[in-house]
Design a protein around this ligand. Structure first.
Ligand code: ADE
Length: 422
């Protein structure tokens, strides 16, 4: 039998460039750095095989280095076919001895071959962004579950999938929902997605947002962030929603709220961030203006019904990197960015390191926690323990040199009493 490859990357010669990017990102990740220093002393994950399926970026590289400092043996594959930074993957292999199985632009078959390569290492911990690693274990390689003590999940979409598995009683090991930590979704989903999505759209198109109509589909934390940043750049923001409370919130945040059937007629830019499928469909493409820009920043490439668009169009061509033109029989042109995959990672570099610092500090602490406490946990999805979430916030504030107040004894007493009224 041929030996399994030790790693699979685009080009090892890119390592020097990748290493520079890893170091640059590390400068904006002080919380993770403190954890790395403690991990180096305490080795809480000594000898633990850890399978990670994450976007292979310079920020993820710093997480892998932290886990390795804690004694873990990380194996990394991509959580999206377009998000791998090939130079970073090369540096992880060449400079840090971490096996990586990821090549940007890989097709679906290679994507799953790489997931399976990580699983061949028989991980004891899994770390996911979107739950493809966990779902492959459960659907294709269930025998591996016996040796897995726990896992962590980075994103909203993955947490939804894992909760569905737990509710059906098929989840085989405990998972920590890193996404649900306050120090993750308040910052990464809102400010990270807000900035990096606009960054991706601008890098791909260099179009002006000021004065445009920018349609944000979905007003969760990610949608809120994109709406805020598009507004900040002078766009007239329209929000589409299915949830009444979120729609109200968008309206009172000052945005126009419309059904997508109406928004489709007036938008210049469209960005989906709903976590659901077929949000923009054939009947919407049909009524769009000539030259609209369409992007997705939700986890999976399912939010734009590109199948319908392909069927409808009379001509389809790549007009520049990350931009595909679909010409409709009515003569109008629709431009889709990054194949409808996460535009912030496909056309830009993902969230800035300063927010990934908190997300990945949670990941590192959650991995340590779940490995230590696995015996006491059921086959459920658990939140990041509050004290760890608070610890990340305190360390981040300290790194930003921000001081906050403490409750006085009198205030503390008041907050636990009921006697005092008007
Ligand atoms: N998800 C969004 N941005 C990211 C980044 N920079 N690195 C890893 N995962 C991400």
């Amino acid at each position: 039998m041929p030996l399994a490859p030790a790693y699979e990357i685009k080009d090892a010669k890119l390592a020097a460039h990748g290493q520079e990017r890893i170091i640059w990102a590390s400068h904006a990740m002080p919380v993770l750095e403190l954890i790395r220093q403690r991990f180096e002393k305490e080795k809480p994950l000594q000898g633990v095989r850890l399978g990670a399926c994450l976007h292979v970026t310079s920020e993820t590289a710093n997480l892998m280095i932290t886990l390795q400092a804690g004694g873990a043996l990380p194996y990394l594959c991509a959580s999206n076919p377009l998000s791998t930074q090939d130079d970073v993957a090369a540096a992880l292999v060449e400079n840090h001895g971490i096996p990586v199985f990821a090549i940007t632009g890989e097709n679906n078959e290679t994507y799953y071959r790489h997931i399976n390569a990580v699983l061949d290492a028989e991980p004891q911990l899994t770390m996911d962004d979107g739950a493809d690693l966990v779902s492959t274990v459960h659907s294709k390689r269930p025998a591996l579950a016996a040796a897995i003590v726990g896992g962590t999940e980075e994103t909203t979409t993955g947490v939804i999938r894992l909760r569905a598995m737990a509710e059906r009683n098929i989840l085989r090991y405990p998972i920590i929902a890193v996404n649900d930590a306050d120090t993750k979704h308040f910052f990464d989903n809102r400010y990270g997605t807000g900035q990096s999505t606009i960054d991706g759209i601008i890098r791909a198109t260099n179009r002006l947002l000021a004065g445009s109509t920018f349609v944000v589909c979905g007003y969760g934390w990610c949608g809120r962030g994109v709406a805020m940043r598009a507004h900040g750049m002078g766009a007239n923001v329209v929000v589409t929603e299915v949830d009444a409370v979120r729609a109200l919130e968008a309206a009172m945040d000052g945005y126009r709220v419309l059904p997508i059937s109406e928004a489709a007629k007036i938008g210049d830019f469209f960005c989906t961030l709903t976590g659901d499928i077929a949000v923009i469909r054939g009947e919407h493409f049909e009524v769009m203006k000539d030259g609209v820009i369409i992007a997705n920043s939700g986890h999976f490439n399912v939010e734009l019904d590109l199948e319908s668009l392909r069927r409808m169009c009379s001509k389809h061509l790549v007009v520049k990197e990350f931009v595909e033109e679909y010409k409709l029989p009515n003569g109008r042109r629709i431009y889709v960015l990054g194949e409808g995959r996460l535009v912030n990672l496909a056309a830009a570099e993902g969230h800035p390191a300063a927010v990934m610092d908190m997300s990945f500090a949670n990941q590192a602490l959650a991995a340590e926690y779940i490995f230590k406490n696995a015996a006491t946990l059921g086959k459920q999805v658990y939140p990041v323990p509050k004290h760890l979430d608070q610890q990340v916030a305190r360390l981040k504030l300290a790194a930003m040199n921000i001081q906050i107040d403490r409750l006085t004894p009198e205030q503390e007493k008041y907050l636990t009493s009921w006697e005092m009224g008007t």
